[in-house]
Design a protein around this ligand. Sequence first.
Ligand code: FES
Ligand code: FES
Length: 166
Amino acid sequence: MDNATGFSNAALPITLTINGAEQRLAVEPRTTLLDLLRETLHLTGTKKGCDHGQCGACTVLVDGQRRVSCLALACAHDGASITTIEGLGTDDELHPVQQAFLDYDAYQCGYCTPGQICSAVGLLQEGHARTRNEIRELMSGNLCRCGAYANISDAILSVLSQQETV
Ligand code: FES
Ligand code: FES
């Protein structure tokens, strides 16, 4: 049915690959990727902070690129491959960035942590960060109200140096 603005609210069929599994879904045009993940698919590891693209808590990987999912309309990503925190590593073998966050105490309350980790994985794949200052700059879209920034950059730096020695 059309709403008062004249735009249709009819659900649109889309297909997403989420953490490696293809899912056929019907989404309203206004549904954000964040709400689809959390409210429909119950992947609540991805957090809602500001819901305005300003905190990075909702960061996921879309076709390998880090994106704030609160500003992404689900219907605009038909065919995309989405990786959330649930899709990184396993209970038996954490992703190297997850392990580094544990090893370096890179969190306090943990609310920002899934977004920080997804963003860090994207950052490392981008290959632009080589120094602590570059990590800080390129992670600046992910806020941490607990102020765990020093340990977060330590953790990312440690994974970066492991990659450089391989
Ligand atoms: S919840 Fe998406 S950037 Fe804050
Ligand atoms: S660990 Fe609490 S907001 Fe970052």
